[in-house]
Design a protein around this ligand. Structure first.
Ligand code: IFM
Length: 466
């Protein structure tokens, strides 16, 4: 066990008022995919295509949170977390992606928010966690500018219904992942393989973010407003000009082209060798940047792992989230991290890079950086269920303790909280049910929930806080 996996030691590090929460997303936990008027999302369509999901499963049932949310809120209450980050299913609320709200769909979130508040847990709502309604996807999804306006309309609908009770609003979750996995590499919905052509989807997502912030402010929502992206510090595999240029390009693609326009109101400078590829961003209308650059109450950062870049085309198709043959067309590759232990997904466990991410944000954005929440952090492991039903996931305990402690070690950042990904094992996108990230084990046949050792550990940490 590492130093920070002692509950007492970790509890002593947590500043007063620091939020410890858990996070989920609608597609991954709700199920009830055809109930109460819910429409289809791009992920329903993607999962229905043969070969797209590792175990051939779909978002149809997942953990059935839609029906079991009361039990799940009790699990959170017993755990002692202060906040629950969930996402509002766009096709559940607006089945076609436009027009009036589906009252039954909206009523689910109304019940969920009230249940959380009655149990002393702050509701943190993500507006877009990847579930573009299928009709909007068929019209081009985020490659189409109109999707940004439809997203603003959706935001206005939910702001009117929940704006008096939601504590924090997150416009987009991980636009990086949507762009890279969904539009560039084709391993997530909608399955496009556009490589740098996917950058058009960046601008439209960010425009959607800006318009959504405006819609939330226009509705005078009581809660705070922010955005979440996944940050991966990018480092070169070796010295040399070419490797350093590709490292910069990947840093832009993964991190800067999102955070810079949101926090600074401009797209970053692009290395000469990639000027042409980034035109979809660098030649945009400055009026759009003014919309994207909205004052925010907080910035959400998800952190899982760093990235190492080597020059030269990849020799295999592997990416952190699955194989993408199209990767081989790139002039650089994602290099290994042999010096670190790995999660079940094979991701390097490197908490010092979370600290590095925060230091980097402070340095790059200075006063433009609002208070920060780590809105996701966690790890998948091949958990083994013991004969008595218990799951001894000590690797997850170490992961969480070390990452929270690393984040808290950084000076000069106004860090307000850490949300564990995730409350319970769920449907991990293209990996289906093969990667388990939860504090609570879910038997996907019976849907029975069984707290793992990491759940009991976090409960001890939070209890020891006093
Ligand atoms: O499960 C995902 C989540 O939806 C977004 N962030 C990364 C998690 C783990 O892959």
């Amino acid at each position: 066990m590492t130093w920070a996996s002692s509950p007492e030691r970790l509890a002593a590090l947590l500043p007063e008022g620091f939020t410890v929460g858990v996070a989920t997303a609608a597609t991954q936990v709700e199920g009830a995919a055809a109930e109460d008027g819910r429409g289809r999302s791009t992920w329903d369509a993607f999962a229905a295509q043969p070969g797209r999901i590792a175990d051939g499963t779909t978002p149809e049932v997942t953990t059935d949170h839609y029906h079991r949310y009361r039990d799940d809120v009790q699990l959170m209450r017993e755990l002692g977390v202060g906040a629950y980050r969930f996402s509002l299913g766009w096709p559940r609320i607006q089945p076609d992606g436009s027009g009036p709200a589906n009252a039954e769909g909206l009523a689910f979130y109304d019940r969920l928010v009230d249940e959380l508040l009655e149990n002393g847990i702050s509701p943190v709502a993500t507006l877009f966690h990847w579930d573009t309604p299928e009709p909007l996807q068929s019209a081009g999804g985020w490659m189409t500018r109109d999707t940004a306006s439809r997203f603003a309309d959706f935001t206005a609908l939910v702001a009117a219904a929940l704006g008096d009770r939601v504590d924090k609003w997150i416009t987009l979750n991980e636009p990086t992942t949507v762009t890279l996995n969904g539009y560039a590499l084709g391993i997530h919905a909608p399955g496009e393989q556009l490589l740098f052509g996917a950058l058009t989807a960046v601008h439209h997502q960010l425009l959607g973010h800006g318009l959504a912030v405006q819609a939330l402010r226009a509705a005078s929502v009581a809660g705070q407003v922010g955005i979440t992206n996944v940050h991966s510090p990018v480092v070169p595999a070796k010295r040399g000009f070419v490797t350093s240029q590709y490292t910069k390009v990947f840093d832009l693609v993964h991190n800067r082209i999102y955070a810079d326009p949101v926090l600074l109101g401009r797209y970053p400078n692009v290395p000469f060798l990639a000027r042409k590829e980034f035109r979809a961003l660098t030649e945009t209308d400055p009026a759009d940047l003014a919309i994207i650059h909205q004052p925010l109450d907080f910035y959400g950062l998800n952190y899982y792992m760093p990235t190492r870049i080597g020059a030269g085309a990849p020799t295999d198709a592997s990416t952190p989230d699955g194989d993408a043959e199209v990767m081989k067309d790139l002039p650089f590759h994602l290099a290994e991290w042999p010096e670190y232990p790995k999660t079940g997904f094979g991701w390097p466990i490197a908490p010092e890079y979370l600290a590095e991410s925060l230091r980097d944000y402070v340095k790059r954005y200075g006063d433009a950086l609002p208070p920060v929440y780590i809105t996701e952090g966690g790890a998948s492991f091949r958990d083994v269920v013991g004969a008595d039903g218990s799951v001894d996931d000590s690797a997850r305990i170490e992961f969480l303790g070390d990452h929270i402690a690393a984040a808290l070690s950084v000076e000069g950042v106004d860090l307000r909280g850490y949300f564990v990904w995730t409350l319970m094992d769920n449907w991990e996108w293209a990996a289906g049910f093969t990667e388990r990230f939860g504090l609570v084990h879910v038997d996907f046949d019976t849907l029975e929930r069984m707290p793992k050792a990491s759940y009991h550990w976090l409960r001890q940490v939070l209890a020891a806080r006093g």
